[in-house]
Design a protein around this ligand. Structure first.
Ligand code: ARG
Length: 258
């Protein structure tokens, strides 16, 4: 009889533990229990890139790690093309996309966003001797961009909507390929986010960034629509990391003020 009570007690305990796991602790809101799977496109320095050892580093990687630590989850980085990284989060094959992703109304229609953690600025890169001196000179020029980015989307819009027409915009798989096309004279300029632009101009001679910025945007983390539980938990962690200065410290580590 005593033995039965012991078994019963153990069974009840096991059941309640199991129920505890599947209820609303932070592990229950991710695809894989205990993990925070982040899709990204690690070709966007200094937000996400690989170091000489092939490890993922950058602002987004470190902020994501700090968020995962706060939620008691293990960060898993899933590196892919930029469009694929957005779609992975949308379709729920990753828990979130963090890739210097700009919040835009079109994207808000298909995914949910965290609060913003950084400002992005789109700039224009030209050869040092270019006749393009401001964004006003871009009409009729060949413009290189990274496929699927806001640089690509906005630049290929119609002139009436602030774009330059699809025919004038070429989308490359990543920023560095667009830079190479610029150096080879296949495009007249590249529109890309300022932070990677600074990196690319530093490491590729003969290029400069136009002083006049093209536009300013907000970066945020993307989630599948309706994954409110995870989004709320990430927002809470993010707010703490912003308040205690961690986010700024990470940004300052990678971006030195000019
Ligand atoms: N901010 C731009 C956008 O959201 C470009 C982001 C590109 N990010 C990347 N990891 N390749 O469209």
């Amino acid at each position: 009889m005593k033995k039965w009570i012991a078994i019963l007690t153990a069974a009840v305990l096991a059941l309640s533990l199991f129920a505890g796991c599947t209820s609303s602790d932070s592990k229950g809101m991710t695809i894989e229990k205990g993990k925070l799977i982040m899709s990204t496109n690690a070709e966007f320095p200094p937000y996400e890139m690989t170091d000489d050892n092939g490890s993922y580093v950058g602002i987004d990687i470190e902020i994501a790690k700090a968020i995962a630590d706060k939620l008691g989850l293990e960060l898993v980085i899933d590196d892919m093309g930029f469009v694929a990284a957005l779609e992975a989060a949308q379709q729920g094959s990753s828990d979130m996309v963090m890739a210097g992703v700009t919040v835009s109304p079109d994207r808000q229609a298909v995914m949910d966003f965290s609060d913003s953690y950084a400002t992005g600025v789109q700039v224009v890169i030209v050869p040092e001797d270019s006749d393009i001196t401001s964004p006003d000179d871009l009409e009729g020029k060949k413009i290189g961009t990274q496929l699927g980015t806001t640089g690509y989307i906005y630049a290929s819009d119609t002139p009436g909507n602030g774009g330059y027409g699809e025919a004038n915009v070429i989308g490359y798989n990543n920023g560095i390929t667009a830079i190479q096309a610029l150096q080879n004279g296949q495009v007249d300029c590249v529109i890309i986010d300022n932070a990677p632009a600074q990196e690319f101009v530093k490491t590729n001679k003969g290029l400069k960034i136009l002083e006049t910025e093209w536009l300013t945007e907000d970066y945020a983390i993307g989630f599948a629509k309706g994954n409110t539980e995870l989004k709320d938990a990430v927002n809470k962690a993010l707010a703490e990391l912003i308040a205690d200065g961690t986010v700024q410290k990470i940004i300052d580590k990678y971006i030195t003020a000019e």
